[in-house]
Design a protein around this ligand. Structure first.
Ligand code: FES
Length: 225
């Protein structure tokens, strides 16, 4: 009897993940996501499971799982709600969004609501600064947010309504998202393999830098003011 009996149902999927790599140790990151797809976080048993599957020590697995912030040490709610509070998002309203959600949900940073539905966390830059302030729900982008939109978003998630990322795909639960991050098929309508094309804000910046006129939604530049 091992500490990870509850994870043995993942054995076939774990074998498929490991088979993708010439060296089994390279499979650690997706394997940790696979564990989170079952547990909703990485427990000590989950660390032992990965170590045994990959021939690593639990100290090695633990070192990796505690280094990357996408691996959680406590159970995450159905929806991980991240608010970018790095410099650009912060000055564009990210700090206000985070403060509003803390009050609205009665939780602090990295805490889960009493109903177990939402975990709030301030997150670092997601290289989406041209859509600031940005939020992420289970790692799907919610662009051009503000406090009112953020409150509406979390209320809809808590009410069980279908919500879409501003870039298309329907939001799934944290555990479902973790299975996709482990490299298994994304069954959602609107999901784009490989991340899709650059959006209007990103392309507008490129065009302005080239002295060309952006198309699509209006973009205000210093030169046009
Ligand atoms: S500062 Fe928020 S996405 Fe870059």
């Amino acid at each position: 009897m091992t500490a990870y009996e509850h994870l043995k149902k993942l054995d076939d999927d774990a074998a498929a993940v490991i088979a993708r790599y010439p060296q089994s140790g390279s499979a650690l990151l997706p394997l940790l996501h696979l564990v989170q797809s079952e547990e909703g976080f990485v427990s000590p048993a989950g660390i032992e499971y990965c170590a045994d599957k990959l021939g690593l020590s639990t100290a090695e697995v633990s070192a990796v799982s505690t280094f990357y912030t996408m691996y959680k040490r406590r159970p995450v709610g159905d929806y991980h709600v991240g608010v970018c509070t790095n410099t650009l998002c912060a000055v564009m309203g990210g700090d206000a969004i985070f403060a509003t959600l803390k009050d609205h949900l009665s939780v602090g940073n990295d805490e889960t609501t009493e109903d177990g539905k939402l975990t709030l966390e301030h997150i670092e830059c997601n290289a989406a600064c041209d859509y600031a302030p940005v939020m992420m729900v289970n790692w799907e982008f919610m662009d051009d947010m503000n406090p009112d939109k953020a409150v509406g978003l979390v209320d809809e998630l808590r009410a069980g309504k279908a919500v879409h990322s501003t870039r298309g795909p329907a939001l799934c639960t944290f555990k479902q998202a973790e299975r996709i991050l482990a490299g298994f098929e994304d069954p959602r309508e609107g999901a784009v393999a490989g991340g899709g094309a650059a959006g209007h804000a990103t392309l507008a910046g490129l065009l302005v830098s080239q002295g060309r006129t952006p198309t699509g939604p209006a973009v205000t530049t210093e030169a046009s003011e």
